[in-house]
Write a protein that binds this ligand. Structure first.
Ligand code: AP5
Ligand code: MG
Ligand code: ZN
Length: 214
C-alpha cells in the first residue's frame, strides 16, 4: 500500500504517518526527517538543505526529488510505504507519478489532514522533536514520560529551528502557494481522502484507518 500524507506544516502528518507505518508494517519516509538527520550529521546534503529550511522555504526540487525516488526503490518499500512531506510541489508529484508508473505502480491513497492555520501556530510552538529518531511530542497534547527526553531513544528533545512563530507563518504561506494545489492534483487522480485533523490524535487515526481499511 502506497500512501501520501498531505497537510499544512504541523497538521499532524508525521504523528499519523508513524501510527500508519506501525499498523500496516510499512516504512515511514519523511523528507523533513531525512534532511534533519543529514543536518545533524553534518553531511553535504544537510548543509545544502539547512538554509532553505531555517528560512521556512522549500529545499529545491533538484535536491529533493532524486533523494526521495532513490529511497522508495529500497528493498523495505516492496510492500509499500507512507510518504510524509513529499510531494510538496507539482513537479515533485509529477516525478513521483512517473517513477511509480515506470515501476508498474501507483499511489493508493493521498490522505489530506485538514487543520486551519489558527490551530497550526499553537501546535508548533508546543512541539518538541527528537532529532535522533524523528519522534515528536507536544508539551500539552502529547507529553513525553520524562520532560525533555525522548521516550523511544532517550535523547534530548529540542524546539526545531523552523518552529519559531515568524518561520511558521512563512512555512504556511509556502504551503498555500506551492503544496495546497496537490489536493486538486490527487482529487483528479481519484485517490484523495480527507480527514479532519482538528480532532484528537487517536480520533484522527481512527478516521484514517476507516479509509485505509483494517
Ligand atoms: P517537514 O519536517 O516535513 O515539516 P512540515 O511539513 O512543515 O511538517 P511538520 O513536520 O512541521 O508537521 P507535521 O504535519 O508532521 O506535524 P506533527 O505530526 O509533527 O519539513 C521541514 C522542512 O524541510 C520544510 O519546511 C522544507 O524546508 C524541507 N522539506 C521537507 N520536505 C520537502 C520537500 N518535499 N520539498 C522541499 N522541501 C522539503 O504535529 C505537529 C505538532 O502537533 C506536534 O507537537 C504533535 O504532537 C501535535 N499534534 C499532532 N496531531 C495533533 C492533534 N490531532 N491534536 C493536537 N496536537 C496534535
Ligand atoms: Mg513532520
Ligand atoms: Zn528519539
Amino acid at each position: 500500500m502506497k500512501i501520501i500524507m498531505l497537510g499544512a506544516p504541523g497538521a499532524g502528518k508525521g504523528t499519523q504517518a508513524k501510527k500508519i507505518a506501525a499498523k500496516y508494517q510499512i516504512p515511514h519516509i519523511s523528507t523533513g526527517d531525512i534532511f534533519r538527520a543529514n543536518i545533524k550529521n553534518g553531511t553535504e546534503l544537510g548543509m545544502k538543505a539547512k538554509a532553505f529550511m531555517d528560512a521556512g522555504g522549500l529545499v529545491p526540487d533538484e535536491i529533493t526529488i532524486g533523494m526521495l525516488l532513490d529511497r522508495i526503490q529500497e528493498a523495505d518499500c516492496a510492500k509499500g510505504c507512507v510518504l510524509d512531506g513529499f510531494p510538496r510541489t507539482i513537479p515533485q508529484a509529477e516525478s513521483l507519478t512517473k517513477a511509480l508508473k515506470d515501476m508498474g505502480e501507483s499511489i493508493d491513497y493521498a490522505v489530506n489532514v485538514d487543520v486551519p492555520d489558527e490551530s497550526i501556530i499553537r501546535r508548533m510552538s508546543g512541539r518538541r522533536a527528537c532529532l535522533a529518531c524523528g519522534s515528536t511530542y507536544h508539551i500539552v497534547y502529547n507529553v513525553p514520560k520524562t520532560e525533555g527526553v525522548c521516550d523511544v531513544c532517550g535523547q534530548q528533545l529540542v524546539l526545531r529551528d523552523d518552529d519559531k512563530p515568524e518561520t511558521v507563518k512563512k512555512r504556511l504561506d509556502v504551503y498555500h502557494e506551492q503544496t495546497q494545489p496537490l489536493i486538486d492534483y490527487y482529487k483528479k487522480t481519484g485517490v484523495l481522502a480527507e480527514v479532519d485533523g482538528t480532532m484528537d490524535m487517536e480520533e484522527v487515526f481512527q478516521a484514517i484507518v476507516r479509509i485505509l481499511g483494517a
